[in-house]
Design a protein around this ligand. Structure first.
Ligand code: MN
Length: 426
C-alpha cells in the first residue's frame, strides 16, 4: 500500500512555519490531555494538536477498520497492535483531511472547535505503556570510547562486539515523558584507590543521547523474527535520554551489566514519528568490519539519516549545544537489533521499547554523553554564559532534538527536555 501521506508536494490548510518539525508529511502519534481534561490519542501539524478520538467520533475515519474507542485511550498500545496496514491507512487519511484541497473539515467551524488545539491547551503524556525496555550498545564510536577509558586503549572493543548487537534489559517503570524532572540518584560508589565503597549522591550524572523504537506484537514464544521482516514490526521512533550515573554504574556493572546506575530514569520525546514517515531518509549503514552470521545479514538501506543534538541549559541561563551527531552512524541497525533480540525465541509485544545505545559520531564534538565529551571529566565542556561542565549539575536541563531533512522537507521529533533536581528529600 502506497504511503500517500509522505507526498512531498502536499500542502496543508493548517498554518505552519517553514522550519517546523511537524509538516503535514510527518503526522506523528502521541497522547495528550485536552483543555477539558480528557485524555486522547492525537497527532500534530505545525503547532496545532489534533484530537484523533474526536475526529473518529465525527466520522472522519469511515471505511478504515477501527474500533470505536481506539483513539479514546491513555496509550497507543492498542492502535499499535492493529498493525502496519492500519497505521498507514490512518496516516494517509489524516494527510487527506488536512490537505489544502480538502474543504470538509476546513470549512466546518463546529468540528474544528472540537478537534483542534493550540499546544498550550494540551499536556503531553507518555505515548505508550512500555511493557519491556531493552537498551542496546550499538554505536561503535561510543563502545570504543568507553572501552578506551575503562579498559584497554589498544583493545577497546570487547571480542563479542563486532559479532552481535550487545544489549541489556532495562526498567520500563522509570520511563517518563519530556518535561518530568529527575532526582539525582544515590547509590554505592568506589573511589579510586580506596578499599571500601561509599554511599551517597552520584557525582557523575550523565545523559545518553539515544533514539528508541517502539514495536508492535511481533512473534510468539520460540519464533525468531527474520531480519527482512523486522521493520514491519517497528511502529516508530522517539528521542531518548537514557540518564546514567557513571560512578554507580562503574562499581556495580560487573559481572551482570548495568543496574541502578541506569534504572532511575529514562526520558522520551512525546511524539512518536512513524517509520513510514522516515522512509525518504533511508541511507546505507556502515560496512561490516567482520563477517556477520546470516541471521544478521540484510539487503537494502536500513539506516536513517537523522541529525541529533544535545544541549545543557543551566537554571536562568541560555543553553549550550554540547554535542551534535547522527543516527546513521549506528553500526548495528534496528532490523539487526530486532532479529538478534528474537533469535532465541523471545517474544516482542506492542509497546516494547528498544534504545539504540548512546549515539556517538567520529569526532570529539559528536559524542553522545558527557563521559565522552569531557573525556571522564579531564576536559570540561565550556558553556556559552561562562562556566563549564564535566557532568550534569543540579537544576541543569538537558535538551535533545532531532530532525531529518531532504529536498526541502524536514521531518522532526521536537525535543525531550528534562531537569536534574537535587537528591530527593522527604
Ligand atoms: Mn543507554
Amino acid at each position: 500500500m502506497p504511503i500517500t501521506a509522505n507526498n512531498p508536494k502536499r500542502k496543508t490548510w493548517i498554518e505552519t512555519t517553514p522550519n517546523t518539525d511537524f509538516p503535514i508529511q510527518n503526522i506523528p502519534f502521541g497522547v495528550f490531555l485536552t483543555r477539558d481534561d480528557i485524555i486522547t490519542i492525537g497527532t500534530r501539524i505545525g503547532d496545532t494538536a489534533i484530537d484523533l478520538g474526536a475526529l473518529h467520533q465525527l466520522g472522519y475515519f469511515k471505511g478504515i477498520p477501527l474500533t470505536d474507542d481506539i483513539f479514546l485511550q491513555d496509550s497507543l498500545n492498542d492502535f499499535i497492535s492493529d498493525g502496519k496496514k492500519t497505521w498507514r491507512l490512518v496516516r494517509n487519511r489524516i494527510a487527506d483531511i488536512f490537505d489544502e484541497t480538502n474543504e470538509t473539515l476546513k470549512n466546518n467551524i463546529e468540528h474544528r472547535k472540537i478537534v483542534l488545539f493550540a499546544l498550550n491547551e494540551i499536556e503531553m503524556q507518555l505515548p505508550v505503556s512500555v511493557g519491556d525496555y531493552t537498551d542496546f550498545y550499538s554505536s561503535i564510536e561510543h563502545a570504543t570510547n568507553v572501552g578506551k577509558m575503562f579498559r584497554d586503549p589498544d583493545n577497546a572493543l570487547l571480542p563479542n562486539w563486532l559479532h552481535m548487537p550487545i544489549g541489556y534489559h532495562g526498567r520500563s517503570s522509570s520511563i517518563i515523558p519530556s518535561g518530568i524532572p529527575v532526582h539525582r540518584p544515590q547509590g554505592q560508589k568506589m573511589i579510586n584507590g580506596e578499599e571500601n565503597p561509599i554511599f551517597g549522591p552520584s557525582r557523575l550524572v550523565d545523559f545518553e543521547l539515544e533514539m528508541a523504537f517502539i514495536t508492535t506484537d511481533a512473534n510468539h514464544l520460540g519464533e525468531p523474527i527474520p531480519i527482512e521482516e523486522a521493520e514491519d514490526y517497528i511502529f516508530g521512533l522517539v528521542l531518548f535520554n537514557d540518564w546514567s550515573a557513571r560512578d554507580i554504574q562503574k562499581w556495580e556493572y560487573v559481572p551482570l551489566g548495568p543496574f541502578l546506575g541506569k534504572s532511575f530514569a529514562s526520558s522520551m520525546s512525546p511524539w512518536i514519528v512513524t517509520l513510514d514517515a522516515l522512509e525518504p531518509y533511508r541511507v546505507a549503514g556502515p560496512k561490516p568490519i567482520k563477517e556477520q552470521f546470516p541471521y544478521l545479514q540484510y539487503s537494502g538501506k536500513k539506516s536513517f539519516d537523522i541529525n541529533l543534538e544535545v544541549a545543557i541549559q543551566p537554571e536562568n541561563a541560555v543553553e549550550t549545544v554540547v554535542g551534535k551527531t547522527n543516527f546513521k552512524y549506528m553500526y548495528w541497525n534496528m532490523a539487526q537489533q530486532l532479529a538478534h533480540h528474537t533469535v532465541n525465541g523471545c517474544p516482542i509485544n506492542s509497546g516494547d521499547m528498544m534504545g539504540s545505545g548512546t549515539i556517538s559520531g567520529p569526532t570529539e564534538d559528536s559524542f553522545g554523553s558527557m563521559l565522552e565529551l569531557s573525556w571522564r571529566g579531564e576536559k570540561p565542556v565550556q558553556l556559552n554564559e561562562g562556566g563549564s561542565r564535566k557532568f550534569i549539575e543540579d537544576n541543569d536541563t538537558v535538551i535533545m532534538r532531532g530532525h531529518c531533512e531532504k529536498n526541502g522537507i524536514r521531518i522532526g521529533f521536537g525535543e525531550v527536555a528534562s531537569k536534574l533536581l537535587p537528591v530527593f528529600k522527604k
